[in-house]
Every structure is written in structure tokens, then in C-alpha cells.
Design a protein around this ligand. Structure first.
Ligand SMILES: [Zn+2]
Length: 98
């Protein structure tokens, strides 16, 4: 797979990494957090389309938790949902290209 192409954990769509939310299981703390692009977070990553459908599917099927092999609390999903409420996709805190 090309370096900057990633796949959504819910709908399996592939796109540039910058088009997705990135949720990370940090190394070595195993704490699950959302990559807001303000600093580099090392760890196991999972990518998700920034839309309500993929977010709901991910939560319902525990896709983030399964991919990360870690417990993903409701707070993570609530935080992502709050970004949806913010509005247009360009306002979402997507990870920047590095
Ligand atoms: Zn998706």
C-alpha cells in the first residue's frame, strides 16, 4: 500500500491519510487518543472517515477497539461526534500531512 494511502476501518474506503481521522493507541502507554495533528503520536493507528455513518458503524461494531486491540471508551466516540457537530469537513481537526 502506498505510503500516504489509508483505509477506513468502517466502510473500507481508501483515501489519503489526510482525509481521515486517526485514532492511536499510544506507545508505550496503550492509552487510546485522537490524533489532532498538533504533535506526532507514536503507536498503532486506525483510520476513520470523518462522517456520522462511519463513526456510528465503528462504535456499534467496536471497530476501533478491535483494530487497536485496546479498550476504546465512549469518550473517544463522543469526542469524534463533537467534531461532526462543528460542521463542515474542512473545520474538522484532521491530521496534517507530515
Ligand atoms: Zn468510512
Amino acid at each position: 500500500m502506498t505510503k500516504d494511502i489509508r483505509r477506513c476501518v468502517s466502510c473500507r474506503k481508501v483515501a489519503l491519510r489526510s482525509q481521515f481521522w486517526r485514532v492511536v493507541r499510544c506507545h508505550p502507554t496503550r492509552e487510546v487518543t485522537i490524533d489532532l495533528g498538533d504533535k506526532f503520536i507514536q503507536g498503532r493507528s486506525v483510520y476513520l472517515c470523518p462522517n456520522a455513518d462511519c463513526l456510528q458503524l465503528a462504535q456499534k461494531k467496536n471497530r476501533l477497539g478491535k483494530s487497536l486491540k485496546a479498550a476504546v471508551g465512549d469518550v473517544i466516540y463522543q469526542q469524534l461526534a463533537s467534531y461532526l457537530v462543528v460542521g463542515a469537513i474542512h473545520e474538522l481537526p484532521l491530521p496534517r500531512n507530515r
